[in-house]
Structures are given as C-alpha cells and as structure tokens.
Write a protein that binds this ligand. Structure first.
Ligand code: ADP
Length: 237
C-alpha cells in the first residue's frame, strides 16, 4: 500500500480489502461456501441477501411475509426491498473495510444501485468473481445441499457429506434441507438466473470488473484461486 493511498483513508484501509467483492453465478455455483471462506480470510462481513430474507421470514416481519411466497416459487424479490436491506446493512460499521456479497446484485437495477451506494460510501473498487460451472452439475449440487442450522456450514450429501448424517461436523448442529432446494423450485431459480442475472456477466465485463473463476474444481481449489485473484488485485491497486 503506497503512502498516498494510505493518507487518503488511513483507518478504512488498515484491514480488509476496502472493496465490494461480488460473487456472481447461478444457484449451486458455490457462492455461499466461497463467500464464507473469503469473508473469514479477509476479515470482512459476508452479506447474503438470501440469508437476510430468510431471517426476515423466520422473524415473521412484514418484509418476510412479502418475500416468502416469491422465494417458495424460486422467483426474485423486488429490487426496492432487497436494496433497502442492503443499504441498511452496508451502513453498519463492520462494513467499513469492505464486504463480500453472495446473491447480490441479481438484476441490472440492483447493480446500478449498488454503484450509487458504493460511491456514496466511498468504496472506489469493486471486483466481480464470475463463478463458471457446468449447468448439468447444478441440480445435483442443489438437491444434495444441506446447511447447518447454527453456523451456516454447507455440505452436500453426494459430494461433501458430513461425518454423521444430518449433523454438522463443525458445531454438531442439525443440518437443514432448504425448502427451495427441491427440483421444481430449483428449475424456477435457474430460470430466474438465466433471464435476470446472467446479463450482469456482460454488464460487468463491459466495465472491466469481471474475473472468471473455474467453479467446477473442488471447493478448496476454488478458494485458493479466488484468494490469489484478490491478493493480485490488491497488490495492483
Ligand atoms: P441461491 O443463490 O442458491 O438461489 P440465495 O439464498 O442467494 O440462494 O437466494 C434464495 C432466494 O432469495 C432467491 O431465489 C430469491 O427469491 C431471493 N433472493 C436472494 N437474493 C436476492 C436478490 N439479490 N434479489 C432478489 N431476490 C433475492
């Protein structure tokens, strides 16, 4: 980090990446797993809009009641709802040094608004990691996915099973099968991705922000390749 850079914003640049890291890819690409790991490595918050919405549903809020039927059908929640949630979250002090988005932005409107929010919060750099994966793999990854109730640790009954069925290796919590990880809903989610989110690949490519990641490799290899990309981007800043 050069002295000129450090002078501009000494506190915010001391830790973290001071940038928005966006993981872009279809449901089942491994965004959640990688976002957790990257967030931990760089001491940044992991911001999953899906988790935020599920918290609202669990808490029985008005927002949760609105989002629930849409999520059950695999459809997207309206932009203004998601944007309000994201803007509130980014204003929290733990986001001062950057953050890792998982599942956001998902539409052109969300991407444009994120740019505005980042400018407002003085985040100069965004990096978009496009997680490229063979579509045939996604159904298996999603139907087999099980998630730890307490810590959000992610398993797959086919490819990455826990040592004891239904129990998290890390903290012994119960593993949950998400209600939208069933075949008909997954089809809806994949369709929503293709129509509403896939166009963001070209959008971010056009802005020179997109970096492709081979998300077919095993999870550790994907993490290593993302970390290398982020370290390189930081060094070049
Ligand atoms: P996945 O990426 O595996 O589909 P998520 O947990 O990110 O899982 O999302 C689950 C659901 O939450 C989505 O199908 C959608 O209904 C809703 N959702 C999450 N993030 C957004 C978003 N940024 N915009 C609109 N809807 C969202």
């Amino acid at each position: 980090m050069g002295a000129a850079t450090a002078d501009r914003n000494p506190v915010k640049r001391a830790v973290g990446l001071h940038r928005a890291v966006i993981l872009l890819g279809p449901p089942g690409a491994g965004k959640g797993t990688q976002a957790q790991r990257i967030a931990k490595r760089y001491h940044l918050p992991h911001l999953s809009t899906g988790d935020m919405l599920r918290d609202h549903i669990q808490g029985g809020t008005a927002l949760g009641r609105m989002a629930k039927p849409l999520m059950e059908r695999g459809e997207l929640v309206p932009d203004e709802i998601v944007l309000g949630m994201v803007e509130d979250r980014i204003s929290q002090p733990d986001c001062d040094n950057g953050f890792v988005f998982d599942g956001f932005p998902r539409t052109q409107g969300q991407a444009e608004d994120l740019e505005r929010i980042c400018r407002q919060h003085k985040f100069e750099y965004t990096i978009v990691l496009h997680m490229v994966v063979d579509p045939d793999l996604l159904m298996r990854r999603l139907t087999g996915r099980r998630i730890c109730k307490t810590g959000g640790h992610i398993y797959n009954i086919y490819d990455r099973p826990p040592k004891i069925a239904g129990i998290c290796d890390e903290d012994g919590s119960e593993l949950i099968h998400r209600p939208d990880d069933t075949e008909p809903v997954i089809r809806g989610r994949l369709h929503a991705y293709e129509v509403q989110t896939q166009p963001l690949v070209d959008y971010y490519k056009g802005q020179g922000l997109l970096i492709e990641v081979d998300a077919m490799a095993d999870a550790d290899a994907v993490t290593a390749s993302i970390a290398k990309t982020l370290d390189r981007a930081e060094a070049a800043r």
